[in-house]
Design a protein around this ligand. Structure first.
Ligand code: CUA
Length: 240
């Protein structure tokens, strides 16, 4: 009886601690979708882990002096139950993950392909990203503005990245905005985001691309619309 109470107490402590780890607000739509999925899966995984581990501890304790163990007899009802329960959990995990994968911010190529030849993202701010050994160049749509190692984005707007590489395979990776996409030679890849929090973030190359790979990073600056416009104006006059 005392053991049971301890086990229940331990379980409550674990659940309490997991609730304390309150999620911070996501910095982009992509990031929010990924964080939500993580949280959903955590709420499934946590009780399961607790159930399995506590059962294990209980069984070790309960049968520690059993010198004559007997094998379990067939129990079709039990077997059907655990097979069905496992199946249901796998379907839940699969469907949750698929919904996020199908999100047009996470997998924009799929959204574009299903748009029947129309440009699905016409109203997005378009930025051409050029990766090379070893650095990044960003060109801003119609505006005749190009930056190196510094990517400036408007907040609360859809942004489409057209990604190209001049040499080998690179990968754009902005963890805090939930953006990650391999860039293959000879192809234009697409990535997309919608940043919600102005601030500074890190951009990395996430594909081993030679001796300078570790130095192939950039700063991402998310500005609110007026800040972005002012910056763009500044860049244009500086260039002209
Ligand atoms: Cu480019 Cu690693």
């Amino acid at each position: 009886m005392r053991l049971r109470r301890r086990v229940i107490q331990a379980g409550l402590v674990v659940v309490g601690l997991s609730l304390l780890a309150a999620p911070v607000t996501a910095q982009s739509v992509n990031r929010a979708a990924i964080d939500d999925l993580n949280e959903q899966l955590l709420y499934v995984a946590l009780p399961l882990t607790l159930f399995v581990e506590l059962t294990l501890v209980y069984v070790i304790y309960r049968f520690r002096n059993n010198d004559d163990p007997k094998p379990t007899v067939d129990d079709p009802a039990l077997e059907v139950t655990w097979t069905a329960a496992t199946g249901a959990i796998l379907v839940f995990v699969g469907v949750s993950a698929f919904v996020v994968m199908a999100n047009p911010y996470i997998t924009p190529a799929a959204a574009e392909a299903s748009a029947d030849g129309d440009d699905a993202f016409t109203n997005d701010t378009e930025i051409d990203v050029l990766a090379y050994q070893w650095g990044w160049e960003f060109a801003y749509g119609e505006a005749n503005v190009t930056t190196e190692e510094r990517l400036v984005l408007p907040a609360d707007k859809n942004v489409t990245f057209r990604l190209r590489t001049t040499d080998v395979i690179h990968a754009i990776y902005i963890p805090q905005l939930g953006v990650k996409q391999d860039i293959f030679p000879g192809r234009t890849m697409t990535a997309r985001t919608h940043a919600t929090e102005p601030g500074e973030y890190r951009l990395y190359c996430a594909e081993m691309c030679g001796a300078g790979h570790s130095k192939m990073d950039a700063t991402v600056v998310v500005k609110n619309q007026s800040g972005y416009d002012a910056w763009m104006e500044n860049q244009t006059t500086a260039a002209g």
